[in-house]
Design a protein around this ligand. Structure first.
Ligand SMILES: [Zn+2]
Length: 281
């Protein structure tokens, strides 16, 4: 038998997704600060008295101890302590849905692959801000998170001047501005007519006025409260940008929670309208 110590690691992690395995265990997909994405087997974590149980819930930040055997795809969670449960207090449907939607994108796409530390820092910031966000700003926070993901991917939307001909935004009237995922940002009406606006959407003055808030660095969040029209515009535009630029992206199923709750929540209505082309109801 080997007497070498088993390789191990410890550090902060964010639980992205979990699924049951065996009689009582859980496998968790965890984004860690030090080691990127790891899959952890939490033995017995579905048992009521398991000390691992509280650590492997989606959205939770925890300081974890786990094996780190390079020959294994699945590591073992050995212990740890909970740092933050963002849904612990005053949980709303909006907070839950926008939390789970963000986790879903990160788990599926891992934007900025190779820059895991940056991705972890961004996700940790988002979870922390969302956990104590005032009701009503969840959608704007989520959009700010999406902009930051695009930034990590190296495809932050460019809105200063026309990405095609370089005409300054200030020289163009409202109604002459479009936002185009394929062009990587804003295009003027003349360039849009020239075919640069495939998949583009008109950029209203109100939506444009909110851009600085949505594009702010995470340390300057929380983001603004959006009007319903702006929330709809940015929801659709950022969805299209992510769809165009982030391999593997698709509209998070967690946003269906908001559609299901539509009719008893204004934020739910906004989110439902944000992606009308996806709405089969
Ligand atoms: Zn132009």
């Amino acid at each position: 038998m080997s007497v070498l110590p088993r390789p191990a690691a410890s550090g902060r992690g964010l639980v992205l997704r979990t699924w049951p395995t065996g009689e009582t265990s859980v496998v968790a997909s965890v984004l860690t600060a030090e080691h990127g994405l790891v899959r952890l087997m939490a033995k017995g974590a579905r048992q009521t008295r398991s000390r691992l149980r509280s650590l492997v819930q989606p959205g939770r930040l925890a300081d974890l101890e786990y094996s780190l055997d390079p020959d294994r795809e699945l590591q073992y969670l050995r212990g740890g302590s909970l740092a933050l449960d963002p849904l612990a207090t005053a949980t709303t449907l909006e907070r839950t849905a926008y939390l789970l939607a963000a986790l879903e994108i990160v788990d599926r796409c891992r934007p900025g692959h190779g820059h895991e530390t940056g991705l972890f820092t961004l996700c940790q910031e988002y979870v922390q801000v969302l956990s104590c966000a005032d009701a009503g700003i969840e959608a704007a926070l989520y959009y700010a998170f999406e902009v930051a993901l695009l930034d990590l991917q190296g495809v932050r939307p460019l809105l200063e001047d026309c990405t095609q001909c370089g005409r300054d935004r200030g020289d163009l009237s409202e109604g002459a501005l479009w936002l185009s995922p394929a062009a990587g940002g804003m295009v003027c009406a003349a360039c849009a007519e020239g075919g640069a606006a495939a998949g583009a959407r008109p950029l209203t003055a109100d939506a444009l006025a909110r851009w600085n808030d949505l594009a702010a660095a995470p340390q300057h969040w929380p983001a603004t409260i959006l009007s319903r029209a702006s929330a709809r515009d940015w929801g659709v535009m950022l969805h299209r940008f992510l769809e165009y630029h982030l391999p593997g992206y698709r509209l998070p199923t967690a946003l269906d929670l908001l559609r299901a709750g539509r009719g008893n929540s204004s934020a739910a209505r906004i989110a439902g309208e944000s992606h009308p082309e996806e709405d089969g109801s």
